[in-house]
Design a protein around this ligand. Sequence first.
Ligand code: ZN
Length: 337
Amino acid sequence: MDNESPWALGLDIGGTKIVGGLVNARGELATVHGKPIIIRYEYDGMTEGSSRAQELLVRIGQELLAVPTVSQAQISAVGIGVAGTVDFTQGRVVIDSANVPGMEEIDFPTLCIEQFGVPGYADNDVNCAAYAEAHFGAGRGCNPVFCATLGAGVGGGLIVAGQVYRGFFGSAMEIGHTVVNYQGGPCPCGGTGHLEKWFATAAIEKRLAQAIQQHPNCLIGQYSAIVQRPRVEALFAAVRDNDPVAQSILDDLLEMLAAALGTVSSLLVPEVVVIGGGIAQAGEVLFAPLRAKLPKYIAYPSGAYLPAIVPAALGPEATLIGAGALALAERGKAKSS
Ligand SMILES: [Zn+2]
């Protein structure tokens, strides 16, 4: 293990868990006996709130600092990926995610200086994951890189020439809140006809429950019965076994996702679109039809341009790796200016 170069605490605050690791500028995680050190606490952002998130964040940081592999003197920054809209220059959440209310109360840079004695940088969790995938993962060597995550919602991040594009303030690239049906009614965010009204874990599970009621013999129902609730995994399992109800639902969901990705691709012309998040774990049953649907939504579909659609490479640690590496890059800029 590298004993010279700087390391960062990389932290990922989601709605159901807070995870941390030690990250260097090459996006490598510190290891013990060849295994990455990842510290993880489950928590419910909705009920436990932001003060509990702050407490766990500090606890994870302290536990990581006690790891003997990297000396405390080598830790030069803290990077935090957090759900919600983040003002990167202030290091604060300015619009809470629906999953973790109250995050606006946390002043991350001050917290990091007080608790860990080094500068802290906070960014949107998907921006961090996109940064990691663009530098060290499936988007490496490509420019620009658009990254989407499919899970509780649909997140997005854009990396241009190695830098996170954040827009006028931190809310850029929210592909989950692009319009796929202007007559589609309200999205949970308050907007109209957004992708996330349909393409989000809770919305999909609700739709699966309705399908099971209407079609009691469909395979989604049989596979869901095992876990006593309709899970997105049951949808994919049923599609793999050629269940027509499941195929029709997935077809409709992927049509909307392809429409949103087509719009994004026509506007931004990314070299590659990296797709991660829990739902993307389904693999080719999702990627193959998505690739097939995309061309019709791209500007000038007979033209030469079509972005590669590839699965994310870094797994669930992408956010904390990106948060740590981004913090080290920012720390480097601050030192040299
Ligand atoms: Zn919305």
